[in-house]
Design a protein around this ligand. Structure first.
Ligand code: NBP
Length: 475
């Protein structure tokens, strides 16, 4: 039997993707560096479909029908290069290597270029949805050549999640590293979403005085409205969970130090390189980093805070927090989509933003009803300068902004840190400002470094002779 697809790397993700392909009727060749994993898969799940278990790279490649489709699901970084070096010499022009790991898009671009010289299609593919998604339907973000998508697309569409309207959560994102780039920004947005939810929780707890169980109920209610999303849903689950050993709320017995694997950090690093202000995502990454500085936090615990003040009605405050959360969420997505636009321009990817919103509607961690509306906004106007310029979103923020500001006043007064909410509001206010202090910055730069400035009333670059008679010269 020849297999339509092969999966090498059979840890949680690879194993579940292989099972997903098999359950959808494909014959799947499976391979892993350590053969025990392959055997375990066959023993436990071999009955689920047609698998071809292989031990060596040669056997694995020989099991695949041509052109070969070989999917790599190993640890991202060096292991991916090792595996490519192992398999590429055994492949022929027209064959496809699909990397479903969380690769950095720059690595994907490098690998794609090298393999293209051999006539091999390298398809860097973002896969989101974790272990469960891999098995039951992830959101899939393939890059690589158009030609490879013609061959792979139908298979990926079959195993992917489906949105409410039945559309598969996969699209050809764009050439070379486009898929991994979009997956990276997805994760950056995920960081921001989680941070904003965390801030809402903290405000409901410390300002409004609700218990974790009560906050879980509030999130459940929010989940029936415009915030309807996987992350809000699981937040309610986590908050209502009680620790069996102590009987305390689970959230109170977990160490408050958030970890990260790097995709959020990449999103910010690349945004800095591209000159895109993703302040909300950056604050989310910094918030995790700050939480991990245990010594610094211990040394700072005695610093002065505000006097406790009386809050009005808690329920009314909770409604305001919902407005603040929603408005801040619109801003995070605005920033994330701006980064995708900038990447697409820089690397000539021609990414369809509406299609990206569409494939995030199901399967992935940030799946949300909200994404349907982003898709609609871009479908109506593909050249939308920013999500904030969409009329519906602009109106929603207009309606939310008073409450958003009130929440931040309360947070500031009580000393509850809200870097995500605050950065989002600052971004919003800066974008809509008639004038920014950047004019003063330009003056300072011209003063100390003769960096010149532009005038509002005439073309050209100018410099003021600050150390002399302060007359202006054309630069
Ligand atoms: P891991 O990231 O834990 O990687 C384990 C796999 O990599 C095993 O199959 C292991 O083989 C193989 N491997 C390593 Br490590 N070094 C190797 C090498 N030098 N040569 C060949 N194989 C090597 O697995 P995972 O959590 O299933 O994730 C797989 C990929 O999917 C990663 O890139 C990850 O970032 C990405 N991803 C994960 C999730 C998630 O929720 N976990 C979600 C989305 C994407 P062995 O069995 O012989 O040690």
């Amino acid at each position: 039997t020849s297999a339509q697809i092969g999966v090498t790397g059979l840890a949680v993700m690879g194993r579940n993707l292989a099972r997903n392909f098999a359950r959808n009727g494909y014959t799947v060749a499976v391979h892993n560096r350590t053969v025990a994993r392959t055997n375990a898969l066959m023993e436990e799940f071999g009955h689920e479909g047609e698998f071809v278990a292989t031990e060596t790279a040669k056997e694995f490649v020989a099991a695949l029908e041509r052109p070969r489709r070989l999917m790599i699901m190993v640890k991202a970084g060096e292991p991916t290069d090792t595996v490519i070096q192992e398999f590429a010499p055994l492949l022929e022009p027209g064959d496809m290597i699909i990397d479903g790991g969380n690769a950095h898009f720059a690595d994907t671009r490098r690998r794609e270029r090298a393999l293209r010289e051999q006539g091999i299609h390298f398809v860097g593919t973002g896969v989101s949805g974790g272990e469960e998604g891999a098995l039951h339907g992830p959101s899939i973000m393939p890059g690589g050549s158009k030609e490879s998508y013609e061959s792979l697309g139908p298979m990926l569409e079959k195993i992917s999640a489906k949105a409410n309207d039945g559309a598969p959560c996969v699209t050809h994102v764009g050439p070379d590293g486009a898929g991994h780039f979009v997956k990276m920004v997805h994760n950056g947005i995920e960081y921001a979403d989680m941070q904003l939810i965390g801030e809402a929780y903290q405000l409901l707890r410390d300002v409004a005085g609700y218990s974790p169980a009560q906050i879980a109920d509030i999130f459940r209610t929010w989940n029936t409205g415009r915030l309807d999303s996987y992350l809000i849903e699981i937040t309610a689950e986590v908050l209502s969970h009680v620790d069996a050993a102590t009987g305390k709320p689970f959230v109170d017995i977990v160490e408050d130090r958030a970890e990260q694997k790097g995709t959020g950090r990449w999103t910010v690093q690349i945004a800095l390189d591209l000159g895109v202000p993703v302040s909300g995502i950056a604050e989310a990454v910094f918030a995790r980093s700050l939480s991990g500085h245990a010594d610094l936090r211990a040394a700072s615990r005695g610093l002065a805070g505000p006097k406790a003040t009386q809050l009005g009605e808690a329920a009314a405050f909770a409604d305001r927090v919902e407005q603040a959360l929603y408005a801040s969420k619109i801003v995070s997505y605005t920033q994330g989509f701006h980064e995708i636009t900038a990447g697409s321009t820089e690397y000539d990817w021609n990414i369809d933003l509406g299609a990206v919103a569409s494939i995030w509607r199901g399967g992935c961690i940030i799946r949300a009803a909200f994404l349907d509306r982003i898709r609609a906004a871009y479908d109506a106007r593909p050249d939308l300068p920013s999500l904030l310029s969409d009329e519906t979103f602009a109106q929603e923020i207009a309606a939310a902004q008073d409450d958003w500001r009130e929440v931040l006043v309360a947070a500031t007064r009580q000393g509850v840190p809200t870097p995500g909410f605050s950065a989002a509001l600052a971004y919003y206010d800066a974008l809509r400002a008639e004038r920014l202090p950047a004019a003063l910055t330009q003056g300072q730069r011209d003063f100390f470094g003769a960096h010149t400035y532009r005038r509002t009333d005439r073309e050209g670059s100018f410099h003021t002779l600050w150390g002399g008679d302060r007359s202006e010269v054309e630069a």
